[in-house]
Design a protein around this ligand. Structure first.
Ligand SMILES: NC(=O)C1=CN([C@@H]2O[C@H](COP(=O)(O)OP(=O)(O)OC[C@H]3O[C@@H](n4cnc5c(N)ncnc54)[C@H](OP(=O)(O)O)[C@@H]3O)[C@@H](O)[C@H]2O)[C@H](O)CC1
Ligand SMILES: [K+]
Length: 246
C-alpha cells in the first residue's frame, strides 16, 4: 500500500464544495487561477528553459483544454506559461457555455497573444511534432470524467496516445481517460510523463508508474486545520512554491 495521501473523488468534491461554500467563500475563479498557476510552475520545474538554445525556447507547449473546469485550469496555465517565457498554444475544441468566465479566459489569452486554435481546427496535429513541441498539457478531463469517452475527445485522445512516447504529456489533476478512483480502467487513456494533482492526489495517482511519471501536487490553498479535518496533513511546500514534487 502506497504511503501517498489520497482522497476519493467523493471527498475531493466535498472539499471543493466547502471551499466554495458560504462559510469559506472562495470563488471557482480564484481556485482555478491558483490551480492553473501551479500547473504552469510544474511545467517550468520539469522543463526549465534555462540553458536551452533559442530554438528549444521557441518550442510550443501545446495545451489541450476540455469543456469543464479541468479545461479552465489549462486556459489559466497557458496564460502563466506565456508570462514565464514559454510559447504556449491552446486547442479548445468544445468551448464551455457554462459561464461567461470561460469566454473571459479566452479573451485574456488573446490579450497575451497566446494562439487559441479555432474550434473546428482540423490540422491541430500539425502543431504536435517532437521537434516543435516541448510538451503537451492535458487539461481535457479531471475528476468528473465518466467513461465511455465521447467525440470529439475520443479521437483527440487516441491521437495523443500515439504521440505520448515522443512528446511528454503533463496531465492536470487526473490523466485524461482515467477513472478518478480506479485509474486506467478503460481506453483511450493517457499515460502522462508528469501528473500535477490539485489540492490533494486522487486515488488514481497510485496507479502511475513511478519511474515513468513525475508526480507533483499543486493548488496550495488550504490551511492545516482544514486538511486535517479531511484526514490528511498539508504538503510541505517550500517558500513561495505552488508545487511540491512527491
Ligand atoms: N480544488 C481543486 O482541486 C480544483 C480543481 N479544479 C479542476 O476542476 C476539475 C473538475 O472539474 P469539473 O468541471 O467538475 O469536471 P471535468 O473538467 O473533469 O469534466 C467535466 C466535463 O467533461 C465532460 N465529460 C465527462 N465525461 C465525458 C465523456 N465520457 N465524454 C465526453 N465528455 C465528458 C462533461 O460533459 P457533460 O456533458 O457530461 O457535462 C463536462 O463538460 C478538477 O479535476 C480540477 O482540474 C478547479 O479548477 C477548481 C479547483
Ligand atoms: K487531465
Amino acid at each position: 500500500m502506497s504511503a501517498l495521501k489520497v482522497v476519493s473523488s467523493k471527498l475531493a468534491a466535498e472539499i471543493d464544495k466547502e471551499l466554495m461554500g458560504p462559510q469559506i467563500g472562495f470563488t471557482l475563479q480564484q481556485l482555478m487561477e491558483l490551480a492553473g498557476f501551479s500547473v504552469a510552475q510544474a511545467v517550468c520545474r520539469q522543463f526549465p528553459l534555462k540553458d536551452k538554445t533559442e530554438a528549444e525556447k521557441g518550442k510550443h507547449v501545446f495545451v489541450i483544454a476540455g469543456p469543464g473546469n479541468n479545461g479552465g485550469d489549462g486556459l489559466v496555465c497557458a496564460r502563466h506559461l506565456k508570462l514565464f517565457g514559454y510559447n504556449p498554444i491552446v486547442y479548445y475544441p468544445k468551448r464551455s457555455e457554462r459561464t461567461e468566465f470561460y469566454k473571459q479566459l479566452v479573451h485574456q489569452l488573446n490579450f497575451f497573444k497566446v494562439p487559441v486554435l479555432s474550434q473546428d481546427e482540423e490540422n491541430w496535429l500539425e502543431y504536435l511534432k517532437p521537434e516543435k513541441t516541448l510538451c503537451i498539457v492535458d487539461a481535457i478531463f479531471g475528476f468528473s470524467y465518466k467513461p465511455p469517452m465521447r467525440e470529439p475527445f475520443r479521437s483527440i485522445v487516441e491521437e495523443l496516445c500515439k504521440l505520448q512516447d515522443r512528446i511528454p504529456i503533463v496531465s492536470v489533476d487526473v490523466p485524461t481517460g482515467w477513472d478518478v478512483d480506479k485509474g486506467p480502467i478503460s481506453q483511450p487513456a493517457i499515460n502522462p510523463a508528469v501528473l500535477v494533482s490539485l489540492t490533494v492526489p486522487k486515488p488514481c495517482s497510485t496507479y502511475i508508474r513511478e519511474k515513468h511519471t513525475a508526480h507533483y501536487v499543486g493548488g496550495r490553498f488550504i490551511p492545516r486545520d482544514f486538511a486535517n479535518k479531511y484526514g490528511f496533513e498539508p504538503f510541505g511546500y517550500e517558500s513561495t512554491d505552488q508545487i511540491l514534487k512527491l
